[in-house]
Design a protein around this ligand. Sequence first.
Ligand SMILES: O=P(O)(O)OC[C@H]1O[C@H](O[C@H]2O[C@H](CO)[C@@H](O)[C@H](O)[C@H]2O)[C@H](O)[C@@H](O)[C@@H]1O
Length: 260
Amino acid sequence: MTDAIVQHGDATPRLAVFTDFDGTLVDIAETPDAVSVPDELTEELDQAIRRFDHAFAVITGREIADIDRFLHPLQLPIAGAHGAQRRRVDGSLELPDDSIVSAAHDIARAIEPLAQANPNLLVETKEGSVALHFRQAPELEGACHLAMEEALVDYPGFTLVPGKMVIEARPAAFDKGAALRAFMQEEPFAGRIPVFIGDDRTDEDAFLAAQELGGIGIKLGPGETFARMRIADVQSVRALLRGLGDMAERGHLSGDMTEH
Ligand SMILES: O=P(O)(O)OC[C@H]1O[C@H](O[C@H]2O[C@H](CO)[C@@H](O)[C@H](O)[C@H]2O)[C@H](O)[C@@H](O)[C@@H]1O
């Protein structure tokens, strides 16, 4: 554990906690709509908000509206669509320009013929990004990458990001690290130690951002990573959030994670 987090006594470190959604707060499912959100998760997140004095946010590839639907009735601070959208603690929104939103729709239209020819592919059009899912047709991974590359030729402002059985196009100007930094400039995050927990390649920018700001990245599962710590699975993430929240409430911090 870093010196930054293990401090006891008078100098209690105050954490700003950020988590990814899919694969981190909930287990991966066959399709984006099929994820299961246990009631206890919303209760635990509600408790986390209070224990971290509202310095808690989700940074996700999904749209904000999607997370609101899954975590109803909670309305957390969220960076959605890989940071293209952001809802601050006070509820105010930063949304992408119309040109970005319409470019995402154009990219989705360009890849639609591939999805129509292969019903097991799924195009997810978001406000500012597009995902092409091949979880149910893994043999089409190469074709999906190719279709996305071709679709992006006319949109140099977009970049491709591979995820779990998905290839996504997002504006190059946004990523999860930039979203974390934006939150960290605002109350109640400012001045706290950032912790970011995620499981996927798109989370690497946020691991780096958290660590550059004096905090810690925690990677769920195997695979190369910039994160300095690892955690095993979704259940352990939820246990960690409960534990950190409990210790924040009691005024000191420690944890049960593996440094690598
Ligand atoms: O940043 P995240 O919160 O991890 O979101 C990343 C993407 O998650 C979703 O896709 C992934 O989860 C699906 C449900 O478990 C799974 O079926 C899919 O294969 C995964 O790639 C979501 O649909 C995307 O929009 C997010 O960008």
